[in-house]
Every structure is written in C-alpha cells, then in structure tokens.
Design a protein around this ligand. Sequence first.
Ligand code: ADP
Ligand code: MG
Length: 379
Amino acid sequence: MATEISSLGEFGLIDRLTREFPLVNESSVLGVGDDAAVIRVPSDKELLVTTDLLLEGIHFDVRYVPLMHLGYKAAVVNFSDVYAMNGTPKQITVSIGVSSRFTVEHIDAIYAGIRIACENYGVDLVGGDTSASVTGLVISVTCLGEVEKGKAVKRGGAQETNLICVSGDLGAAYMGLQLLERENTVAAQSGDPNFQPNFSGKEYILQRQLRPEARKDIIEKLREAGIVPTAMMDVSDGLSSELLHICKASDVGCRVYEDRIPIDYQTALMAEELNMNLVTAAMNGGEDYELLFTVPLTDKEKIERIDGVRMIGYITAPQLGAALVTRDGGEIPIRAQGWNAFNNPAETEEVEVVEETAGATAPGDAASAESDGETQGES
Ligand code: ADP
Ligand code: MG
C-alpha cells in the first residue's frame, strides 16, 4: 500500500498517527488535540526537558534504517537523556517534516516504532507538529521527565578519587553502522535488486545500531543499591567525548584503563574484519546510549555487586588532565574524536526507503527484549 499523504490532509494524518496512544501517566492531564498539552508537576518534583533533532542524510539513512526502528530510536535516545539526569521520562512530543516521497504507510511505521518505545518505557505521546519538508525526512522528539526536587544528577559533580563507571558495552552501535554501510555499498555495487545482506553472527551490533535501549534498568539498580552518582551522562557521542564533558564540567581530570573498557565479542570481531582499531571504535564510536557516571570510592563494593556496570577508572586532580592508561602502562591523552554531524553532511538524494533490515529484530518482537550484552570479553 502506498497512500499519498495529501489524500489524508494534515488533520487526517495527525489523527491517524496519534489514535493508538493512550495516556498512562497521571501527570499527563491533557494530550494531543488541543492548542497545548497540560502536564501536572507534583510539588516535590522537578520537570526535565530534552530534545533531539534527527535529519535524514545527517543522522540517519533511509536506505538501510527501517522506519519503525527509526521511530523507536528517536524516542529512546530522548528517554536515555532523561535517565542520565537520574529522572523518569513521562511525556514526549514528536514533530515531523515529511517530503513527498514518503507515504502514509512510511509515517505509520515511524509511529509504530514510537508507540512501542512509549509502551516499553511507560511514556505518553502528548503532542507534536506536522509539516511538509523539501529536505527529506525530519524528526524531532522532545521528552519531558520528572526527578525528585534537587536530585537531578549533572555532569559537574565528579570529585577527585571518585570511581568512573560505565554500563553495558561500548562501540557496538558504531560497528553496526560500519556493517550496514558496508552491506549497502556491496548491494549497490552488485546491481542486484534482490541482494540479501549477510548479517548472521552480527545480530548484536546491528541491534545496537538500529534499536538501542535506554538504561532504565541501571538507574533502578543504582536506586535500589542506594547509590547516587556524583556526575552522570549518557554515552551518545563516544566515551572520550563524554569523559571530557564530565572533566570540564566538574573541573577534574581522569584516568581510564584501556583493558577495563567493556567491549562485546561481536564488536571485536567486526573491528578485526574491517581492520579498524577496536579501542578507538569503543572510545569514539558513539550511539551506545550507555550510562557513564562517577561514584564516591566508598561505593566500590556496592558497584561491584551490580550486574552490567564496570569500573573503568578514577577521577583525578584537574592538572593531571584526561588520559587513557594503555595495557603496557603508558598514558595517552583523551581527545574528543566523537562523531560530529557538522562533518561532511551527505546530500539527500532520491533514495529508496527500506521496509525492513534482515537480522535486526523489530522493536515489537518479544525475543528482542533481552539483548545479548553478556558476551563481553576483555579484548
Ligand atoms: P496547532 O495549529 O495549534 O499547531 P496542530 O494542528 O499542529 O495544532 O496540532 C493539533 C494537535 O495535534 C496538537 O495537540 C498537536 O500537539 C498534535 N500534533 C500535531 N502534529 C503531531 C505529530 N506529528 N505527532 C503528535 N502529535 C501531533
Ligand atoms: Mg502545529
């Protein structure tokens, strides 16, 4: 089916897209349908607000990113920002700009992904905006969240001797992107319209790129363990870049051990296959959406008992700067080499929109609920 958006009209489209979003949170007093949504903020809470803008050709490529995954990811990366403040995401608004090569079914797919993300994380869609676009697909998600008054964890609270911790593993989403780009190039060169990319044995890195999760679970575990990080942020631009943010905001330095950086086996295999430096990929790849945080040294034992969190280094005095301690005990200054959207933006072409990527589990698939983050090895 390919229904032209103009056949529905703006209001018909909004109605269709937002129909299946029931409000589940008490704080969502009024959702879609009026001039503004109404949100209740309890007197003991503070409101968190975060926005992410995704532009076709800059942040995603519709040739290999299925639209349902794109919708899911657009929502989840915002949830991740709210968790990284020690908060709970509650509402989102979604604004889309759509060019004429997209059909109603394409936009349906994006919203199907958004809906699954909202269901999984208990978040309400309460509004948005819809416009035509002449520069491809644009999606902007704003997320509202709440946090106990005065309990937001910022980037600026890290102190000397604090332990640096990171959840999950790093570099997998980046290697997943490398894989997608390679298979896309191979497909284009083959000239075969039925070309089937081979993703077997690489499901994890693909999932990490196409369908990341926000670490709600880690925030809950920290809370249960009575741990309040001194500083925290999510890893979206790469560990190096985020470490420097924490160091700058907190006016401290850091030492991070190369052999402590958590890396999944599939990430290591892919790096080897592509002849790329594994540690560089893990330090600078980005889009991991893991949590990077610092805790007082006295929390060491508590941290050790939390599954899925690894201590990777410690905070130092500012004069010592930020450095990676290599396996042989040498020190390399940490520099931000994070992926940067202002480098080489590609032109939006008239490209075919993919419906599905083999090997990537759809967001709604129950089997995809447990991601395989356990196979990390000391690489
Ligand atoms: P306005 O003219 O006041 O901007 P709209 O007609 O754009 O109102 O939107 C009507 C209602 O639909 C509002 O509640 C708005 O938040 C919501 N809305 C519009 N576009 C979207 C969208 N893409 N996703 C979700 N909600 C939307
Ligand atoms: Mg509007």
